[in-house]
Design a protein around this ligand. Structure first.
Ligand SMILES: Cc1cc2nc3c(=O)[nH]c(=O)nc-3n(C[C@H](O)[C@H](O)[C@H](O)COP(=O)(O)OP(=O)(O)OC[C@H]3O[C@@H](n4cnc5c(N)ncnc54)[C@H](O)[C@@H]3O)c2cc1C
Length: 495
């Protein structure tokens, strides 16, 4: 909302920011979205960049997954700590905006025109809430970003009970690491072994995360100790030099998943864990929350500026609720593939080591861990009149797809990418870019010219000419921003 210049207030129950490093990976799609609101680079400055994932089965290296050819200009996954990420985001709010801490939302009353929110105070020595002094505030829209326990979703009848997957649990520690493998913070390691699944991944400030997903029968139902974690790592990984020191965070948990019945009720919206509980497969929980928040932010900004019809805001819930339902299914599949492996299947996989198609899918339930293929084909905002009619367009970009990125040049010869031009390069924080491709056909220019003229009255549609043919001076589109795609890269990726 800060990025879009909308006035807002954020109430946080806790008086102090969290120091838990919980969500630590920022995948490519998240980085693109965070860049669209101008905060990605500040987060990258406090992150390690990783492009390599090693998968090891029963101590035998199986495969190396590389993110460098993902189709995003953010080819590295960034690793930080959720506490660091939250601080960076809070610092980016800008003058006059801040997270108001020690302010629990106690109740809400929504009507057709707005929402009344009761906000209490937490006293200095703890979590004691004062309802007597609660402030009643009226707003036009309310966003419940209040996490897994979700006061807001309960108040509007969107509560859900996550399903617990019995018989297994996860324990983890974030600490300094010494072992025989690299400690350059640019790689991840996943270990499959007969009794479970383990991982070693960068966090931030010299810290690595070690986790084990295993049957809960042999796992104490409490946070682990450092000695327990190191001893188990030595057994599983087979490296007697494996040592961890200076732990910053321990965690133990059961596996739960679920999605709220909807993401909107009247003028109240849910984002992040308030709307979903995700399994830890592929590290998607916090990332999905970024997606929710950015997707709701521009819609609210356009709506509050009276710059769109109701369908724009109405499209948030079906888009993001649908995405979470699909993500939940993918993660559940990945969970069962990981945790219900048979020794026979593991042995078969080992014999074809290096030749396993879709290994990421087999391990994580889906190969698109960066969420770059996430599309909103069924969104109320997506209308596609071509794809189904013309089978030759198979594989082409469809309405609702993420626009593929591509390298191009400006008229003055500077190198840019299509995404840099889509995400608000002209200082406007919302609206649509109309990409007008000439299709390598100089004869198409008259049609493009007519199309651009047809949207001239809509200030929120900004045309961008993408020309594979050099530009003649007199085609009636001189005033339109123009990029050259003389090598056809953008034409090919968006064909
Ligand atoms: C052990 C662990 C590891 C994880 N690892 C990853 C990972 O690697 N990658 C990943 O993407 N995700 C990961 N996650 C998930 C990620 O941490 C969550 O998805 C993320 O925290 C959700 O953010 P949120 O802001 O929606 O909710 P939360 O982080 O829960 O924040 C909600 C906030 O709302 C406040 N609040 C609650 N009720 C009220 C109220 N009534 N009034 C005012 N404030 C209120 C809370 O105090 C809290 O600060 C992990 C989670 C855990 C537990």
């Amino acid at each position: 909302m800060s990025h879009h210049g909308v006035s807002y207030r954020i109430f946080e129950r806790k008086r102090q920011g969290s120091t838990d490093s919980k969500g630590h990976n920022m995948i490519a799609r998240s980085q693109e979205l965070l860049d669209a609101i101008g905060v990605r680079d500040a987060l990258a400055a406090q992150s390690y960049a990783s492009t390599q994932t090693q998968i090891i089965l029963d101590r035998v290296p199986l495969a190396r997954l590389d993110t460098r050819d993902s189709g995003s200009r953010y080819e590295a996954v960034l690793f930080s700590g959720q506490d660091v990420i939250e601080n960076v985001l809070a610092d980016s709010l800008g003058d006059g905006n801040a997270v108001e801490r020690g302010r629990p939302v106690l109740g809400i009353e929504a009507d057709e025109d707005g929402v009344v929110v009761s906000v209490g105070h937490v006293d200095a020595d703890g979590e004691k809430r004062s309802e007597a002094t609660a402030e009643r505030l009226r707003c036009r829209y309310l966003v419940g970003a209040d996490g897994v326990r979700g006061t807001v979703r309960k108040a509007v009848g969107l509560d859900f009970s996550p399903t617990e997957l019995e018989g297994t649990a996860i324990r983890q520690v974030d600490a300094k690491l010494e072992w025989r493998r690299s400690t350059d913070f640019d790689e991840l390691w996943f270990f499959l072994y007969p009794d479970g699944f383990a991982g070693v991944m960068p966090v931030w400030e010299g810290v690595y995360r070690l986790f084990f997903m295993e049957a809960d029968t042999d796992m104490p139902a409490r946070e682990p100790t450092l000695d327990e974690m190191v001893a188990r790592a030595r057994e599983v990984i087979g490296d007697e030099t494996f040592t961890m020191t200076d732990p910053v965070w321990f965690s133990y948990g059961k596996f739960k998943h679920g999605v709220a019945p909807d993401y909107a009720r009247g003028r109240v919206y849910l984002v992040g864990d308030a709307g979903h509980t995700t399994l830890p497969i592929g590290g998607q929980g916090m990332n999905a929350g970024f997606h929710d928040a950015v997707g709701l932010g521009w819609r609210l900004a356009m709506t509050l500026a009276d710059a769109c019809g109701s369908s724009v805001l109405d499209s948030f819930a079906p888009e993001r609720h649908g995405a979470h339902a699909a993500l939940g299914e993918q993660q559940l599949k990945g969970f069962h593939q990981l945790m219900d492996r048979s020794r026979l299947a593991d042995a078969a996989v080992k014999t074809v080591s290096g030749f396993i198609p879709n290994l990421a899918s087999r391990v994580f339930g889906g190969s698109d861990l960066a969420q770059l293929e996430l599309a909103y084909l069924d969104s109320p905002l997506s209308e596609d009149h071509f794809s189904k009619l013309n089978p030759k367009r198979h594989g082409a970009a469809r309405a609702g797809d993420r626009a593929p990125d591509a390298a191009m040049t400006t008229v003055s010869g500077d190198a840019v990418t299509l995404h840099q031009e889509i995400y608000n390069p002209d200082g406007k924080s919302w609206g649509w870019r109309l990409l007008a491709f000439d299709g390598r056909d100089a004869g198409s220019r008259a049609d493009l010219s007519r199309g651009i003229a047809a949207v001239a009255a809509w200030s929120w549609v900004r045309p961008l000419l993408v020309l594979a043919n050099p530009r003649p001076a007199d085609d009636g589109t001189e005033a339109t921003r123009c990029l050259f795609d003389l090598d056809g890269l953008a034409h090919h990726s968006s064909r």
